[in-house]
Design a protein around this ligand. Structure first.
Ligand code: GP9
Ligand code: MN
Length: 616
C-alpha cells in the first residue's frame, strides 16, 4: 500500500517541474502570442504529453538506475529548451534537424549565440539540482513497478497527446498536413512534439528524392514557361561582354534608404548612386533559415530556398542550372568575394556545385584584430583588399561581393562610427544605422576604386540587401523609429530590401513594381543577352510583362494590389484590411510555386533535364 502511494512520486514531481518550466519559457523567452483562452490552454498543456511519454520510459528500468534515468530525461528536455531559446534569441525561429547538421557554421554562429546568453539562463537548469537532492529522500526511492504501472503513464501521455492534437486541429485545421510555420507548430504541439514532427519531416524529405521521377519536372517547367516574361528589347544584351559586379549588402532593409538620423542621411552614398541607377523600391527578400545563403540561392537559381534549413547545407550536391554555369558557356569567368570562413553556409561545396570558378574567402585576405569585427573582415578593408584580385580576373566576369559588417548584433569600433545611434530602449535597433552607414561608406570607396582602376565604365553594378536586419522581436523600437505601431502589414513591408542596378550610360529611374530576389536571375541573363528559358520562378524586372508577385518563405504573398499575411488580406498601397477572399488568387499561386520549387529541390529534379546547360 505504502509503495502504491509513492511509486509515481518521481514522475509526478519531474513532470510538473518540466511542464511548468517549459510554459514559463514559452511566456518569457519566445513570442508565442495567443489571441484567446483556447489558444492559451493549448499552449499551457502542450508540453505535458511528451514530458509524460518520456518519463513513462523510466518504469522500464530497474530501480537502481531509475532516478538517474529520470534526471537524464530532465536534463535532455532542459537542454532542448535552452538550445531553442538561444537559437530563438538570434534567429527568431526554432531549431530544425538540418540546422543541427550545419556543423560548419557552429564556430561563428556559436559566437553570436554566446552574445545572447545571460546570467539568469542558469534558471534553465536550477531545477535539476533541486530534483537531484529531492531524489535522495526516502519518499523518492524507487519501488518495484509492474507493466501496468508503465502502461498507465503511457496511456495518460497518449490520451493527452490526442486531446492536444484534437484541440490544435480544431484551432488550426490541417496543421500537420500543411506545416504552416514553426511558430504555429510549437504553439499548438509544444516544443518537444514539434521536434519529433520535424524529425519525421526530415525522413520524408530523404525518401522523396528516392521516389522522384522525371514526370514532375515537366509539370514545373510547364508552370515556369507559362509564367515567364519575354525580354524587353531595350534592355536585352545591354550588358553583353560587360563585367557584372553584384554586391550583397548584409542585413540591409529598404527603410534606411533616404532616411535620416539626427538630420544625417544613413546611406548618403547609396542615396546619390540611386539617382543614376535603376532603383527598385518595392523589392522583397525571400530568405528562410539559410539567411545570406538563401539570398544567394535565389539570386543564382531563381528557385525558392527551403522551408527548413539552408538549401546550401541540405542539398549542396543537387544538380543546378544557375547563373555561373550558364554564363560560363558564354565566356564569363565567375567569382565570389567574402571575408569570412569559406565553409560558412557550406559555401565552398555549394559554389563548386553551381559552377563558380573562384571563391576568394578568408584565406585570401589579411585579417587581424584591427580590421575585423563580428563575423569577419570589416567591409572597408574587404573591398580594398579585393581590388587586386578583381584586377587580375579574366574578363568579362561575373563577380559577387558579400559584405559582412552590418550583421547582427551590429557591433562596431568607435572609429567607424559616422552617424548617431537611434535612441530607443533597444540596443540592436539603436546600433543598426551606424553599421549601415559604415557599409555605405565602404561601397562608396569601392565604387571610387573601380573608377580609378578603369573598371567602372565597363561594368554593370547590382547592389541588393540580402534579408531583414531587424526582426519582428524589435517591433516596439521599430515602431518608434518609423513613428507608427507595427502591424502584420508593416512587417511584410519591412521585408523590402534595396535593389539598385547601375548600367553604364543609362540614366536609370525608380521602378516601383513589386519584385523580389527570385527575379534577379532572368533579369541578369537577359541583360547579358542570354534567353532565360530554363526553369525560373522569377521574371525579368525590365520585361514589359514582369509578373508582380513576391512569395515569402513564411507563406506571406505580395501581389500587385494586395498583400496576404497572417491569414489576412491587405490593400498593398494603403495597408487597409480587406476581405480575406480578395487574396485567394495570390495566396494560391504563391503556395503552388513554393510547392513546385520545394518538390524540384527535394527530388533533385534538375538532374532529369538538360535544357539549361546547352548553349543556344
Ligand atoms: C556569413 C555571412 C552572414 O558568412 O554571410 O550570414 P547570415 O547570418 O546573414 O546568413
Ligand atoms: Mn546575411
Amino acid at each position: 500500500m505504502f509503495n502504491h502511494t509513492r511509486k509515481y512520486n518521481t514522475i509526478i514531481i519531474t513532470a510538473l517541474i518540466l511542464w511548468i518550466k517549459t510554459y514559463v519559457v514559452y511566456k518569457l523567452c519566445f513570442s508565442l502570442l495567443t489571441s484567446d483562452w483556447k489558444q492559451e490552454i493549448i499552449l499551457f498543456i502542450n508540453p505535458l504529453s511528451s514530458v509524460l511519454f518520456l518519463l513513462s520510459l523510466v518504469f522500464l528500468f530497474s530501480e537502481r538506475v531509475r532516478n538517474r534515468f529520470t534526471l537524464i530525461i530532465a536534463l535532455l528536455l532542459s537542454f532542448i529548451l535552452y538550445a531553442n531559446t538561444l537559437y530563438y534569441r538570434f534567429f527568431n525561429d526554432f531549431i530544425t534537424v538540418p540546422v543541427l547538421f550545419q556543423t560548419n557554421n557552429v564556430g561563428d554562429i556559436g559566437n553570436s549565440l554566446l552574445a545572447q546568453t545571460y546570467w539568469y539562463d542558469i534558471f534553465f537548469f536550477l531545477d535539476l539540482i533541486v530534483l537531484f537532492y529531492l531524489f535522495k529522500r526516502q519518499s523518492f526511492q524507487p519501488v518495484p513497478v509492474t507493466r501496468k504501472d508503465f502502461s498507465r503513464i503511457l496511456v495518460t501521455a497518449l490520451l493527452l497527446l490526442i486531446v492536444n492534437i484534437g484541440l490544435a486541429e480544431s484551432e488550426r485545421p490541417q496543421l500537420l498536413t500543411r506545416t504552416f510555420d514553426r511558430e504555429l507548430l510549437v504553439k499548438n504541439l509544444g516544443t518537444y512534439n514539434y521536434h519529433v514532427y520535424d524529425l519525421l519531416l526530415q525522413s520524408k524529405t530523404t525518401a522523396q528524392k528516392a521516389m522522384a521521377d522525371n514526370v514532375d519536372v515537366v509539370e514545373v517547367k510547364e508552370y515556369t514557361d507559362k509564367k515567364s516574361a519575354p525580354a524587353n528589347p531595350d534592355f536585352f544584351g545591354l550588358a553583353r561582354e560587360k563585367n557584372l559586379i553584384v554586391i550583397s549588402m548584409e542585413s540591409t532593409q529598404q527603410f534606411v534608404i533616404g532616411r535620416k538620423v539626427n538630420g544625417e542621411e544613413i546611406t548618403p552614398f547609396l542615396n546619390d548612386f540611386i539617382k543614376e541607377s535603376y532603383y527598385f523600391d518595392n523589392f522583397y527578400h525571400q530568405t528562410g533559415q539559410g539567411k545570406t545563403s538563401d539570398s544567394e540561392f535565389l539570386l543564382d537559381q531563381s528557385l525558392y530556398p527551403l522551408p527548413r534549413g539552408a538549401v546550401f547545407q541540405t542539398h549542396p550536391l543537387n544538380e543546378y542550372h544557375g547563373t555561373p554555369e550558364i554564363i560560363n558557356e558564354y565566356g564569363y569567368y565567375s567569382a565570389v568575394f567574402h571575408g569570412n570562413n569559406k565553409s560558412f553556409w557550406n559555401r565552398d561545396i555549394m559554389y563548386k556545385t553551381v559552377g563558380y570558378d573562384k571563391f576568394f574567402a578568408e584565406q585570401y585576405y589579411t585579417i587581424n584584430d584591427e580590421n575585423k569585427i563580428n563575423y569577419g573582415l570589416k567591409d572597408v578593408p574587404f573591398f580594398k583588399q579585393s581590388i587586386k584580385y578583381l584586377k587580375e580576373l579574366p574578363q568579362p566576369y561575373y563577380t559577387r561581393f558579400i559584405t559582412l559588417t552590418n550583421h547582427h548584433p551590429y557591433k562596431y569600433d568607435e572609429e567607424d562610427q559616422m552617424i548617431s545611434t537611434y535612441n530607443t530602449e533597444d540596443p540592436i535597433v539603436n546600433r543598426y544605422p551606424v553599421t549601415i552607414r559604415y557599409t555605405d561608406h565602404a561601397i562608396e570607396q569601392f565604387i571610387q576604386d573601380l573608377k580609378d582602376e578603369g573598371i567602372y565604365n565597363d561594368s554593370i553594378i547590382i547592389i541588393y540587401g540580402d534579408h531583414y536586419g531587424i526582426s519582428e522581436r524589435h517591433d516596439e523600437a521599430m515602431g518608434q523609429v518609423l513613428g507608427k505601431e507595427i502591424t502584420p502589414y508593416d512587417n511584410v513591408q519591412l521585408q523590402r530590401v534595396p535593389l539598385i542596378i547601375h548600367i553604364p550610360g543609362q540614366e536609370g529611374k525608380t521602378i516601383s513594381q513589386v519584385s523580389s530576389q527570385i527575379d534577379l536571375k532572368p533579369t541578369i541573363l537577359h541583360l547579358l543577352g542570354i534567353q532565360a528559358d530554363g526553369i525560373h520562378f522569377g521574371t525579368d524586372l525590365f520585361s514589359k510583362d514582369h509578373k508582380q508577385l513576391a512569395v515569402f518563405r513564411n507563406r506571406s504573398v505580395v501581389g500587385k494590389d494586395y498583400i496576404y499575411t497572417d491569414e489576412t488580406c491587405y490593400e498593398r498601397k494603403t495597408g487597409k484590411e480587406i476581405p480575406v477572399e480578395t487574396c485567394t488568387d495570390i495566396k494560391e499561386q504563391g503556395l503552388h510555386e513554393l510547392e513546385l520549387s520545394d518538390g524540384l529541390i527535394y527530388g533533385d529534379l534538375l538532374r532529369f533535364t538538360d535544357f539549361a546547360t546547352s548553349k543556344k
